[in-house]
Write a protein that binds this ligand. Sequence first.
Ligand code: SF4
Length: 309
Amino acid sequence: MGGAIVHVSPRTLLEDLDFAHKLWSELEGAPMVVTGVGLEPHREAIASHCPGALLDFGATGYGAALMLLGVGEVVVEADLWPDACWETLPLARSRRLPVYHGRGCVHGCDYCPYVVGTGREHIVRSSERTLREFADQVGKHRPKRIVFRDPVFGLDPVSTLELLRGITALSKRERAAFEVETRPELADDEMLDALKEAGCVELKLGVESLEPGPLIATGRVADEVEADRYVEAVEKVLRVADRLGINVRPFVMTGLPGATREGEERTEKMVGAVAAPIVKATVYPGVGLEGTPPDRSDQAEQREPEGRR
Ligand code: SF4
């Protein structure tokens, strides 16, 4: 066996640890991660049942997956990634063409699936490399839209601004409308102006929550001070992007650890004053569902503001 992840609940602690102990002795040196919400006070009990096992007390267990995969150690020469070959896998009717500038992310949001695949490391291409692919693919395939698939566009602001200036200077035949996805603090005034100039028509904005409790509990921000700054950043991005005419698709999450019904409603209302949010209901191991609003993902999909402007 290459390794194992064991989810442990404080409510069934001894039973779960007995199971973990048996598994641990069968792993013959392969790594094991014990994960679960609310396990912090039980460190000693876990260590005595499974001495040497790795521990992840994050809300989702994704941290455990990262420990086991060790994906952060992968070294990649980003400028050598090949261009996608759309000649063999034609674009669908919507003709949206994905391009990357960077992959992975250094932030610590515990619910994030991106980093499980790509690591908590940001690997960014040179702006010249991404610009060359952007221009080539647009010239060859005439997409309706380029979709930047970076999980956090603008994480390296210097190279991103260089890239946006480069796109702005391309000829008409090499340019296409594009969309990006990012977190609020990165979309400052300079970045938003540059996005608009370069032809960005849509900003997918990971808001998730405006409550300090869930923001801190999931590692989205470090503390209350950062949480306050985060809320200010969200308000500003929504206002400025709206003024510039960039369509905003804000994403919010319900059911995060530490969330309250009132806080979730406040978040949705504030974000919804500018753009209908895409709502994702989440379920976390060990987090009670009582008081969590029902899953409205389906409705949210229907409310997507695509083509609003
Ligand atoms: S900022 Fe986005 S990509 Fe980065 S860890 Fe958080 S959710 Fe994931």
